[in-house]
Design a protein around this ligand. Structure first.
Ligand code: NAG
Ligand code: NAG
Ligand code: NAG
Ligand code: NAG
Ligand code: NAG
Ligand code: NAG
Ligand code: NAG
Ligand code: NAG
Ligand code: NAG
Ligand code: NAG
Ligand code: NAG
Ligand code: NAG
Length: 440
C-alpha cells in the first residue's frame, strides 16, 4: 500500500531493516516486496481445512553481505524480529548461509524469497555442524518449524550439491544434508520457489501437518560425471494433511516419497522427469517398527523418462534368526492409495508394486513374507509409453496373496515404444481386479 510509511525501527549491522507494515516503498533493496500468494488445494484436498493465515503487520528486510560472506546471523535476527506476525524479506540476489539455522520457533511468519540464497559448500564444516536426525541418517543445514509459516517469492535456494556429489566417489559415507528441513511445522505453505542442486533430498518434511507445496520448481543437474545423488523431491515422514501440486521436478531419485506415517496426502498436477517415480516407501525396512501410509491421492502426474511412474515399495520379511535389522522385517499397513491419471512418456515401468523390496529371491520372499500389508489400492487412467524392459511395462509382486487385498487396475493403456504388446508381471495378487495383460 502506498499509504504505508516505511520506518526503520532497527538498523544494526547484523539486524534486518524493519518496516512497521508491508510496504512497496523504495527500501533501497534490489526488488520490491511481493504480496503473499494464496495457494489453494485444487482440484482435490486432503479432507481437513487449511489453516487460514492472517495478514502480516511488519516486514524485516534481510541485508546481504555479498561476496560469499555468511548471512546466517542476520537471517536469524530477522526471523526473531518478525516472528509473531511479520514478513521476512529476502530481496537481494546474494545471500549465503554458512552456519546452521534452527528456525523451529516460528509462529505466523511469511518468508518472501525473491533473490537467491546459496548454501556455502564447506563440506567439512557441515559434516560436523548440520542438524542430525536418526531417520535415514538425515542431516540439515537449516530447519523450519512452528505454526503458520508461508514461503514464496519466485526466488532460488541453491544447495551447491555439486561439491557433495564430487566427494561421493571417494567417500560414500559422507553425511549429506537435505536442502530444506521442515520439522514440526503445522500450517503453512511453500509456493513459487526454485530449488536447485541439493546435496541429498530437496525436502525432508517430518512431524508436520497442514502444509501446501504449490508451484515449486526443483532441479538437480550435475555439471560433470559425478551424478546428482538421492535428490528426492519430497520425503514425507510422520506428517499429515500435506498437498503437493502444480510443481515441476527434474532429479535422479524419487519425485515424491511417502515414508513411514505419511497420511492424508494429495499430490496433483505434477511433472516429474528422470526420477524414480511417485513412491510409497520404502516401508517395512526396520525390525520392530510399524509403518503406516494411508489416504493418499495422486492425480494427474506426467512422468517423463522415469524409472517408475507409480511405485509402492515394501521390504519382505526376514528369517526368524536373522541378525539384519535394517533390510526388512518391519510391520505396518498401506491402505487407501489412489493413482489416477498418470501420463507416461518413455518410462521404464508405469507401475511397480513390490512387497519383496530388497529381496531378489522370490522363493525366500514367499517363505518369509512382508509384515506390511497392502490394501485398497487403485491405479486408474494410465496412458502413454514404456520401453526399457519391453515387453514388460509394469510389475505387481506381493509376497503372499493374503497380504495384498483389493488391488485394482483399470483404464490402463500403456504401450511399448517398440510396438511389442504390453505385458505385466502379476505375482500373488488377485488378477481378476487387474484390467491389464498379466503374463504370470
Ligand atoms: C550483493 O551484496 C552486496 C553487499 O550487500 C550488495 O551491495 C550488492 O548489491 C548485492 N548484489 C549483487 C548483485 O551483487
Ligand atoms: C532448535 O530449537 C528448538 C526450539 O525452537 C529447541 O527445542 C531445539 O532443541 C533446538 N535444536 C537444536 C539442535 O539446537
Ligand atoms: C560445477 O559446479 C561447481 C560447484 O557448484 C562450480 O564450482 C563449478 O564452477 C561448476 N562448473 C561448471 C563447468 O559449471
Ligand atoms: C567420510 O566422511 C565421513 C563424514 O561423513 C568421515 O567421518 C570419514 O572420515 C570420511 N572418510 C574418508 C575416507 O574421508
Ligand atoms: C519427530 O518427533 C519425534 C518424537 O515424536 C522425535 O523423536 C524426532 O526426533 C522428531 N524429528 C524427526 C525428524 O524425526
Ligand atoms: C494436469 O496437470 C498439468 C500440469 O502438470 C496441467 O497443465 C493440466 O491442465 C492438468 N490436467 C488435468 C486434467 O487436470
Ligand atoms: C507410525 O504409526 C504407528 C501406528 O500409529 C505407530 O505404531 C508407529 O510408532 C509410528 N511410527 C513412527 C516412526 O512414529
Ligand atoms: C481414502 O483417501 C481419500 C483421500 O485420498 C479420502 O478422501 C477418503 O475418505 C479415504 N477413504 C477411506 C475409506 O478412508
Ligand atoms: C533360531 O535359533 C534358535 C535358537 O538358537 C534355534 O533353536 C532355531 O532352530 C533357529 N531357527 C531357525 C529357523 O534357524
Ligand atoms: C484420463 O487421463 C487423461 C490424460 O491422459 C485426461 O485428459 C482425462 O481427463 C483423464 N480422465 C479422467 C476421468 O480423469
Ligand atoms: C532362495 O531362497 C530359498 C529359500 O530361502 C533358498 O532355498 C534358495 O537357495 C535361494 N536361492 C538362491 C538362488 O539364493
Ligand atoms: C491406447 O493408446 C494408444 C497409443 O496412444 C492408442 O493408439 C489406442 O487407441 C489407445 N487404446 C485405447 C483402448 O484407448
Amino acid at each position: 500500500m502506498w499509504s504505508s510509511i516505511f520506518t526503520i525501527a532497527v538498523c544494526l549491522s547484523f539486524a534486518a531493516f524493519i518496516a512497521a507494515e508491508n510496504t512497496n516503498s523504495n527500501t533501497g533493496f534490489a526488488q520490491v516486496l511481493k504480496p503473499r500468494p494464496n495457494p489453494t488445494p485444487y482440484p482435490y484436498h486432503p479432507g481437513k481445512p487449511h489453516y487460514p493465515s492472517p495478514p502480516r503487520t511488519k516486514t524485516c528486510y534481510v541485508p546481504a553481505r555479498g561476496g560469499g560472506l555468511d548471512d546466517s546471523q542476520a537471517i536469524y535476527s530477522a526471523f526473531e524480529a518478525c516472528n509473531n506476525g511479520g514478513t521476512v524479506a529476502f530481496l537481494e540476489s546474494n545471500y549465503t548461509i554458512a552456519q546452521p539455522l534452527n528456525l523451529t520457533f516460528l509462529n505466523a511468519v511469511d518468508v518472501s524469497i525473491q533473490g537467491e540464497i546459496s548454501i556455502n559448500p564447506n563440506v567439512q564444516y557441515w559434516v560436523q555442524h548440520a542438524f542430525q536426525y536418526a531417520y535415514q541418517g538425515s542431516s540439515l543445514f537449516w530447519q523450519f518449524g512452528g505454526k503458520d509459516v508461508n514461503f514464496y517469492g519466485g526466488g532460488t535456494i541453491n544447495g551447491n550439491g555439486q561439491a557433495w556429489w564430487n566427494i561421493l566417489p571417494t567417500n560414500s559415507s559422507i553425511i549429506r544434508p537435505h536442502l530444506i528441513g521442515v520439522i514440526g511445522l503445522h500450517g503453512g505453505s511453500f509456493s513459487n520457489l526454485n530449488l536447485i542442486n541439493p546435496p541429498n533430498w530437496f525436502h525432508f518434511v517430518a512431524n508436520s501437518s497442514d502444509l501446501i507445496f504449490d508451484d515449486m520448481h526443483l532441479t538437480a543437474i550435475s555439471n560433470n560425471t559425478n551424478p546428482a545423488a538421492n535428490s528426492d523431491g519430497w520425503d514425507l515422514y510422520k506428517s499429515d494433511s500435506i498437498v503437493i501440486q502444480n510443481s515441476v521436478v527434474l532429479n535422479d531419485d524419487d519425485c515424491i516419497s511417502f515414508k513411514p506415517n505419511a497420511t492424508n496426502i494429495v499430490v496433483q498436477n505434477m511433472h516429474c522427469t528422470n526420477s524414480h517415480g511417485i513412491s510409497v516407501g520404502s516401508l517395512g525396512q526396520y525390525v520392530g517398527e510399524v509403518d503406516v501410509v494411508e489416504n493418499l491421492y495422486v492425480y494427474n502426474a506426467t512422468m517423463v523418462t522415469t524409472g517408475d511412474a507409480a511405485r509402492i515399495k515394501v521390504y519382505g520379511g526376514i528369517p526368524p534368526n536373522s541378525t539384519s535389522l535394517s533390510s526388512g522385517g518391519g510391520t505396518g499397513i498401506i491402505r487407501n492409495v489412489t493413482y489416477s491419471t498418470v501420463i507416461d512418456q518413455a518410462d521404464n515401468y508405469a507401475i511397480e508394486l513390490t512387497q519383496c523390496y530388497g529381496q531378489t529371491n522370490i522363493t525366500a520372499c514367499n517363505l518369509y513374507p512382508s509384515g506390511v500389508v497392502i490394501e485398497d489400492v487403485l491405479f486408474e487412467n494410465f496412458s502413454g509409453t514404456s520401453g526399457a524392459y519391453a515387453p514388460i511395462v509394469g510389475t505387481l509382486v506381493c509376497s503372499s496373496p493374503s497380504l495384498c487385498s483389493n488391488i485394482v487396475a483399470k483404464n490402463i493403456n500403456i504401450t511399448n515404444i517398440s510396438g511389442a504388446e504390453a505385458e505385466w508381471v502379476c505375482t500373488n495378487v488377485d488378477d481378476s481386479s487387474l484390467a491389464i495383460n498379466c503374463i504370470t
